[in-house]
Write a protein that binds this ligand. Structure first.
Ligand SMILES: Cc1cc2nc3c(=O)[nH]c(=O)nc-3n(C[C@H](O)[C@H](O)[C@H](O)COP(=O)(O)OP(=O)(O)OC[C@H]3O[C@@H](n4cnc5c(N)ncnc54)[C@H](O)[C@@H]3O)c2cc1C
Length: 381
């Protein structure tokens, strides 16, 4: 059996790691030219089922490194006003793990060097009469496999062909994703698992990414064949605005983060000095505008040699912290199904169908939960 994966994001790579462990032949095709060719690093919160799924797929020799390069995510989530007066508490989070997406992706690439082909996007596919699938690549190449897995994220080309009617909706308003290096002063903004600042017309959600150990040094000691970036601890923040940040009609669109940041600084003029400092000190290379999208539910399609995983099928707003967790659980489930096929214990179409039914139920429940929680993050009027 040969499995083709479109997309070397965290979900596609998690699947590939699990399949390699099980001895399944897998090739991954990634649109970008390299793992660090665009800004990739924001913090994601992993829950126990998401982390277990990731660990199931990752070889045990890398579990120690995974632990070393993640961080704690525990304690109370608070809501404060723009002067940092506490308004309410949202309850404790326990047992969570903070991970940096870029570090995680580099870790997930370990040992897959000869399986992942960068700079080769999947642009379409053809189902063949013999039940196999031919994936078409952006460089004109074609690759044959028994199963093509679209793990190509929210703009999935595989989904567009498989489910042309599937709706993906962008949230109205504007969002920004900022990252600011951790200092003692700024760390105090997030005493627990997260801080939500509900300001007039602007809400700001702040989380901590505090690595247990420096990713680069931990890799050098625990798994010298793995190269991890030299990323320092930081605060990750998401701004949600009900109206576009660009403001008055006719005003020029900011084209770089410095312009966006300056407009945001104008909006939060008069806020507590630590919040202003958080925005002022933001890291230009790792902050950006953000479009938040979610998928409308789709019924199960007839199972064939093409399936989907993660944001390619059920993108969701980050409000419930479920996107990556769900992608890892999809990857684990599909990996278990395909491993059974590889061992001769199951038939491919039946195994993929079973995966799809569970994945759709769980994925769209997570989308609904994330949408239901969005009002918690709305700015004060
Ligand atoms: C601000 C923010 C905070 C978040 N916080 C959390 C959190 O706390 N907890 C959580 O669980 N989730 C969180 N998420 C969601 C999480 O990041 C995503 O759900 C997760 O990255 C999805 O993984 P994926 O592999 O499905 O897709 P992606 O990570 O998007 O990977 C898709 C890959 O496919 C590639 N690709 C695209 N098109 C093609 C093509 N045609 N051919 C080949 N390759 C292609 C892309 O370049 C990319 O590498 C957050 C997201 C954001 C934006």
């Amino acid at each position: 059996m040969k499995v083709l994966v479109a997309g070397a994001g965290i979900g596609g790579l998690c699947l590939a790691q699990g399949l390699v462990r099980a001895g399944v032949d897998v090739r991954v095709f990634e649109r970008e030219d390299a793992a660090d060719s665009r800004y990739q690093g924001f913090r994601i919160g992993l829950d126990a089922p998401g982390l277990d799924a990731l660990r199931h797929c990752l070889p045990p020799r890398l579990h120690g490194l995974l632990e070393a390069v993640t961080g704690p995510l525990a304690g109370e989530r608070r809501v404060v006003d723009e002067q940092l007066n506490e308004l309410r508490r949202l309850g404790p989070t326990d047992g969570g793990t903070a991970a940096d997406r870029h570090v995680l992706r580099q870790l997930l690439l370990a040992g897959l060097e000869d399986r992942v082909e960068f700079g080769r996007a999947v642009v379409g596919y053809k189902e063949r009469a013999d039940g196999r699938v031919a994936a078409r690549l952006s460089d004109g190449g074609t690759v044959l496999g028994d199963l093509l897995v679209g793990a190509d994220g929210v703009g999935s080309a595989v989904r567009r062909q498989l489910l042309p009617g599937a709706g993906v909706v962008a949230l109205p308003g504007d969002s920004l994703l900022g990252r600011t290096p951790m200092t003692e002063r700024l760390a105090a903004l997030v005493p627990g698992a997260g801080t939500l600042v509900r300001g007039a017309g602007v809400s700001l959600l702040i989380g901590r990414m505090e690595f247990r150990r420096s990713p680069r040094l931990a890799a050098a000691e625990l798994a010298p064949e793995v190269r991890l970036p030299d990323t320092g601890s930081y605060l990750r923040w998401v701004v949600m605005l009900p109206a576009p940040l660009t403001g008055e009609p006719g005003s020029p669109e900011p084209t770089d983060w410095t312009g966006v940041r300056d407009r945001l600084l104008t909006l939060i003029d008069g806020w507590h000095p630590d919040l202003v400092e958080l925005v002022r000190q933001s890291d230009v290379g790792n902050s950006s505008p953000l479009t938040i999208r979610y998928a409308e539910p789709v019924p199960h399609w007839g199972t064939g040699p093409v399936t989907l995983l993660g944001d390619a099928i059920h993108p969701m707003p980050p409000s419930a912290g479920q996107g990556a967790n769900t992608a890892f659980r999809d990857a684990e489930l599909l990996c278990r199904s395909l491993t059974a096929v590889h061992r001769g214990e199951a038939e491919l179409t039946a195994a993929v169908e079973e995966y799809e039914l569970q994945m759709l139920d769980r994925g769209f429940a997570a989308v609904a939960d994330s949408l239901a929680r969005l009002p918690e993050f709305a700015p004060a009027r």
